[in-house]
Design a protein around this ligand. Structure first.
Ligand code: CU
Length: 162
């Protein structure tokens, strides 16, 4: 009887989760490594409005595991190049070694700060567009999201070609 009640309880919670879900999970948790990715999005701006342009991918990534994990970049069909970047004195530059996330730390990727850069995009990214993007780590599994493009809520980067 207890088992049956438990089964029904699971069923009910499963139904209620399905009832309010969207096609975009906001949070992905890698229970094996303790990596939690929240609020991932891609920016739409004048720089992403045409093929050949560029933009940033942003998210909050928390390390609840027991070792330092490095965000090494990502992959997406929409850009020919993906890099990890930071903004220093209003100018952005590549972080070739990737971005370390120490145990217990939350890495906030945001406009004007650290970000994942999509370069040489193959088609425009405008507000409301959805792209598929995979975050890649050195010691954690890759995590794939459907990201919705939106305009920045403050903060800006200076995009300069080298
Ligand atoms: Cu950048």
């Amino acid at each position: 009887m207890k088992k049956l009640i438990a089964a029904i309880a699971i069923l009910i919670s499963a139904v209620s989760i399905t009832g309010c879900s969207t096609d975009e999970p906001k949070t992905v948790t890698d229970t094996r490594t303790g990596i939690i990715i929240e609020d991932a999005w891609v920016r739409a701006s004048e720089y992403s409005a045409a093929a050949g342009g560029m933009t940033g991918v942003f998210a909050k990534i928390t390390n609840r595991g027991d070792k330092t994990i490095t965000l090494v970049g990502g992959s997406t069909d929409i850009a020919k190049m993906v890099q990890t970047h930071e903004v220093v004195d209003g100018m952005m530059r590549e972080i070739k070694e990737g971005i370390e996330i120490h145990v217990g730390q939350t890495l906030v990727l945001q406009p004007g700060g650290k970000h994942v850069m999509l370069m040489d995009i193959v088609k425009p990214i405008v507000v409301g567009d959805k792209i598929t993007f995979t975050f890649k780590f050195d010691k954690a599994d890759p995590q794939t999201f459907t990201l919705t493009a939106k305009e920045s809520e403050g903060g800006d980067e200076t995009y300069t070609e080298k």
